[in-house]
Design a protein around this ligand. Structure first.
Ligand code: TYM
Length: 355
C-alpha cells in the first residue's frame, strides 16, 4: 500500500506573548519531532486577523514568535519555518474548504463560541471560518501529523472531516487523474487526495491551566499577567508568579489520585513534571506530603533554570530582525514550492482552469 509520506505541520498565532502553556503543550514537542520527522512550523499571522483586525505590532509579534521557535531549538535549515501570509496558497485552499465545510460544523466549534461570546452575529466571518484556514494550513502540505495542545483537538477533528468530505466529493476525479493515495480509514482501505491528519497531543502538560484559576486554560488573552508565565519573563517575575499562584491549604498528596478535585495542585504538579521531563508520579514520589511553601520554590527554581536560557536566546535573536526576516523568507520560498504543487493538483481535481 503506497501511503502518505510522514510530515509534521504546526502553527502558532502571533497574538500576545507566548506563555508556558504554548511552550510545554506545543513548542517543546515541535523541537522533539525534528529528530524523527520532516517538519514545517508556521507563524500563522493571517489567523491573528480573525478576532482583532487592526494590530499595532503584528510584524514585531511575528518576529517574536519566530525568535521563540529558534530559541527553543527549531532548526530552520533542516526543517521549514515561515509566516503564513508569505504562502498565498493557504488562503486559496481555505476558500475551497469554505465550500467543502458546512456552516453547522463551524457553529459547533467551542473556540468560536468562546471567542464570539454572546453577540455571535457581530463576530467576523473570518472567526467563523478560522478552522477552514487551519485545515488548509495543514493540508496544503498534505501533512500527516500535527503536534498541538489539547485545546486544538476539535479543530483537528474538523480538519479530518474536511479532508474526508473533499476525498469523497471528488473521489471520481481523484481516481481519474491518478492522484489518490491509499490510506486506512477504520478497517477499510480508501483512496484519497488529502490524508486524515493525526493530532499529536502528548506529554504531561497538554493543557496548562491559569495560575490564578485552575479551571481556566492559561491563555495569552487573560487580562491578568499573573495568570501566566511568559517565555520572556525574567527570574524575578517567574518566582513572583509561582509564589502568588492560587493553591488550596492542603499539602501535596502522597498518591496521584489525591490530586483529583484539586485543579490548582494538579496543574502545578503537571507543570513540574513537564519541565523536569518526568512523570507526575515521580513528582508526587518526591514532594508528596510536603506543603506548597516547599514545593513552590522548587518549582520556581526549575522553571527559571529551564526558561531563562530560552528568554536570553530570544532577546539575542530579536536584536537582529533582518536575520529573522531572512529565515522567514527562505522558509516561505521552500514552503511555497510544496504548496504550489498541491494547489496545481487541487485545481485539476476541482476543475479550475489555470494551466
Ligand atoms: P495558539 O497560537 O493559540 O497556540 C499555539 C499552541 O499552543 C498550544 N496551547 C496550549 N497548550 C497547553 N496548555 C495551554 N494552556 C495552551 N495554550 C495554547 C495550542 O494548543 C497550540 O498548539 N489555531 C491554532 C494555530 C494554528 C494551527 C494551525 C495549529 C493555525 N493553523 C495548523 C496547528 C496546525 C492556535 O490558535 O494556536
Amino acid at each position: 500500500m503506497s501511503s502518505f509520506k510522514p510530515l509534521v505541520f504546526s502553527g502558532v498565532q502571533p497574538t500576545g506573548n507566548l506563555h508556558l502553556g504554548n511552550y510545554l503543550g506545543a513548542l517543546r514537542n515541535f523541537v522533539a519531532l525534528q529528530a524523527s520527522h520532516d517538519c514545517i512550523y508556521c507563524v500563522v499571522d493571517m489567523h491573528s486577523l480573525t478576532a482583532t483586525l487592526v494590530h499595532d505590532d503584528l510584524v514585531d509579534q511575528t518576529r517574536s514568535i519566530t525568535a521563540a521557535f529558534l530559541a527553543s531549538g527549531i532548526d530552520p535549515k533542516k526543517h521549514i519555518v515561515f509566516n503564513q501570509s508569505r504562502v498565498p496558497q493557504h488562503a486559496e485552499l481555505a476558500w475551497i474548504f469554505n465550500c467543502v465545510a458546512r456552516i453547522g460544523w463551524m457553529n459547533r466549534m467551542t473556540q468560536f463560541k468562546d471567542k464570539a461570546g454572546k453577540d455571535r452575529e457581530n463576530a467576523s466571518l473570518g472567526l467563523l471560518a478560522y478552522p477552514s484556514l487551519m485545515a488548509a494550513d495543514i493540508l496544503v502540505y498534505r501533512a500527516t501529523h500535527v503536534p498541538v495542545g489539547d485545546d486544538q483537538k476539535q479543530h483537528l477533528e474538523l480538519t479530518r472531516d474536511i479532508a474526508q468530505k473533499f476525498n469523497n466529493d471528488f473521489s471520481a476525479r481523484i481516481a481519474e487523474l491518478g492522484y489518490g493515495t491509499e490510506m486506512k480509514v477504520g478497517e477499510e482501505v480508501v483512496n484519497g487526495f488529502f490524508p486524515l491528519t493525526e493530532p499529536l497531543i502528548e506529554g504531561p502538560a497538554t493543557r496548562v491551566m491559569s495560575l490564578r484559576d485552575g479551571t481556566k486554560k492559561m491563555s495569552k488573552s487573560d487580562p491578568s499577567d499573573l495568570a501566566r508565565i511568559n517565555l520572556t519573563d525574567d527570574a524575578d517575575a517567574i518566582a513572583r508568579k509561582i509564589k502568588k499562584a492560587k493553591t488550596d491549604p492542603e499539602p501535596l498528596p502522597s498518591e496521584l489520585q489525591g490530586l483529583e478535585n484539586r485543579p490548582e495542585a494538579q496543574n502545578l504538579v503537571g507543570i513540574y513534571a513537564a519541565l523536569a521531563e518526568c512523570s507526575r508520579e515521580d513528582v508526587i514520589a518526591e514532594f508528596g506530603g510536603q506543603q506548597f511553601s516547599v514545593f513552590k520554590p522548587a518549582l520556581a527554581e526549575l522553571a527559571v533554570e529551564k526558561l531563562s536560557p530560552i528568554a536570553a536566546e530570544m532577546r539575542r535573536i530579536q536584536a537582529d530582525p533582518a536575520y529573522i526576516d531572512g529565515i522567514l523568507r527562505d522558509g516561505g520560498e521552500r514552503a511555497g514550492a510544496l504548496a504550489e504543487e498541491t494547489m496545481k493538483k487541487v485545481h485539476e481535481i476541482v476543475g479550475l482552469l489555470t494551466n
